[in-house]
Ligand binder design. Structure first.
Ligand code: FES
Length: 318
């Protein structure tokens, strides 16, 4: 008996019950990679199952073993280990040329799930150092970088303590996510706890280091939002960092920027705030018209008003 399988973007092929998906696709003239000859060892024959995963036979012991090592998501199957048992299957070959092969096989792939991209609900965390420009203008380059390192180390400690992941840094700010390994409620909680810890740590750093040695203090602006985003890995040849994209990311960035106009160091969307089991006291609530966003966003203010009382030494030019 033969079924039909749609190789998306290529062709619909007949597959006999006795044929593996790989044998059938090769017989139909599809240039399906199969470096190990169909022994379930190389994973070059892997396919993404878009429809009808239940119509494929369960993974063989070889496939199960390699899926465990490679951390394949459930919808990735090895064509050489899969037989078809019904109509309605649609698949997408993952390795179609040498560049695909490099990305998936040769570039030390660790986690196919993130390389491929998936939609996740995450807590999005933006933080920025306030009053850094006057410090740059009045300080030696060595001091600027040294202090920046100290502050970023402090950010990183708090973020990793609460299982967050730093995605990107830009100038005197950074962007992190929480929830890659947890549910969204815990993710929101973790993002808030990390932010509150940073605010406390900055206070201590100001009192014990910045004030005595530089007569300067720093404040931060933090924005937190939650939402569905695309998580993937696009760092071909440059870096292999995780990338997180989507509309909620823009909103979180805007909330961080709004800390200035709202004069509060920690702005969280009401959506994220409502997820918190033990929400911190919110000194205020506001509706923000964010640039590029059609509806006003309800936000909660859970930080402190800015002090903005810095005194900087005059730049010393020798
Ligand atoms: S051809 Fe090597 S794992 Fe399928």
């Amino acid at each position: 008996m033969a079924y039909h399988v749609n190789f998306k973007g290529e062709k619909v092929i007949p597959v006999e019950e006795s044929q593996t998906l790989l044998h059938a696709s090769l017989a139909a003239g599809i240039p399906h990679y199969h470096a190990c000859g169909g022994k379930g060892q190389c994973t070059t024959c892997r396919v993404l199952v878009l429809q009808g995963p239940e119509k494929l036979t369960p993974a063989t012991i070889y496939e199960q073993a390699i899926k465990r090592v490679k951390k394949f998501p459930d919808n990735v199957r090895l064509a050489c280990q899969s037989y078809v048992r019904g109509e309605g299957i649609e698949i997408h070959r993952l390795i179609r040329d040498e560049t695909d092969r490099y990305i998936f096989i040769d570039s030390n792939e660790v986690d196919t799930k993130t390389v491929m991209g998936e939609q996740r609900k995450l807590a999005l965390f933006f933080i920025d150092i306030r009053n850094f420009t006057p410090f740059i203008e009045a300080s030696l380059p060595f001091d600027v970088i040294h202090i920046m390192r100290r502050i970023f180390a402090l950010f990183q400690n708090a973020i990793t303590q609460y299982n967050g992941e730093i995605i990107d840094t830009a100038g005197d700010g950074l962007y992190a996510v929480f929830g890659l390994g947890s549910k969204i409620k815990q993710a929101a909680e973790a993002a808030v706890l990390a932010g509150l810890k940073i605010m406390e740590d900055i206070k201590i750093f100001n009192n014990t280091y910045m004030r005595p040695y530089f007569n300067h203090t720093f404040e931060v602006g933090i924005g937190v939002h939650v939402g569905k985003v695309i998580v993937g890995n696009v760092g071909i040849g440059l870096s292999n960092n995780l990338t997180v994209m989507g509309y909620p990311v823009n909103i979180a960035a805007r909330l961080q920027a709004a800390t200035k106009e709202l004069n509060n160091s920690f702005v969280i969307s009401a959506l994220a705030y409502r997820l918190l089991k033990n929400p911190p006291y919110a000194v205020g609530c506001s509706y923000l018209n964010l640039k590029g966003v059609s509806t006003a966003y309800e936000v909660k203010l859970i930080g402190n008003p800015y002090e903005l009382k810095q005194s900087m030494p005059a730049p010393s030019i020798t």
